[in-house]
Design a binder for this molecule. Sequence first.
Ligand code: MG
Length: 262
Amino acid sequence: MIRIKTLEEMEEYRKTAGTLSKAVLRRAGKMVKPGVTTLEIDQMVEGFIRLHGGTPGFKGYGGFPGSICASVNEQIVHGFPLSNVVLKDGDILSIDTGANKAGWAGDNAWTFYVGKVSDEVKGLCECTRDCLKAGIEQAVPGNHLGDIGHAVQTLAESNGYGVVREYVGHGVGHDMHEDPNVPNYGRRGRGVKLQAGMVIAIEPMITLGTRKNHVLANGWTVVTDDGMPAAHYENTIGITKDGPIILTQDELGPWCNMQGGE
Ligand code: MG
C-alpha cells in the first residue's frame, strides 16, 4: 500500500530526517581520504546523528551492523563499515545512510572519490549522478514508475554501463522502506501511476562492467561478478503537483560541495 503524504508532511520530513540525513552524508564525505577506515566514518556518523537528535536508521535494521553502508569499489551496496577497510588513493566509497528524526526515516547515498580516481571511474560516477537527476525529472504526477526506470536505464546503458536490477529504490516515510519499489530499469508508461503525495527514494546503482552481482558470505554485501567498480547515488524526493522536490537536502542543497566542488 502506497502511503500518500501531504505537502505539510513532506516539509516536516525535509526539515527533520531529510536535512539531518543530508548533513551527515556531506560530513561523512569530508572524512573520505586515503588512510581513513570505513569504521571511523561510521562512528562519526552515529555520533553526529545522535548529537542532532536523531537515531541512525540503518543500525540494527534487519540486523545490519553499522550506521552507514560503506561500499568500496566493486561493492555495489550494503558494505560493512570495518576497522580493517582502509581507504586508499584511487578507491571510490559509496556511503548510504539515513537518520530517523521526528518519526520520519531519512535515506540518501553518494559515491565519494578517495584521493585521485581514474577518468574511467569518474565517468561512471558522473553518469550515475546524471541518472539520478534524470530519474528525478520523471517523478511528476501522471507519469509512471516505468518512466523513472526507463530514464535511468537509457542514460546508463547508452554510455555503456550496467544497471543493477536486483536492488531498487523504494517508498519512504515513517518507515525507511515503503511501497512502491522503484526500479532503475523499465518501460515508458508502465508500472504504478505517479501522483502528488508520493515520497520515494530514487537510487541508481550502476556498474562499469557487468551488471551481474552476488552477495558475499556475510549475507549482506553485494559485489559485481567481474570485480569492476559500481557507483550509487540516492535522494529521497516528494512528488507534488508542481513536480518533484528533493527532501534530503540541507542548507547547501542536495548536490553542492558533495564532491568535486559542484
Ligand atoms: Mg534507499
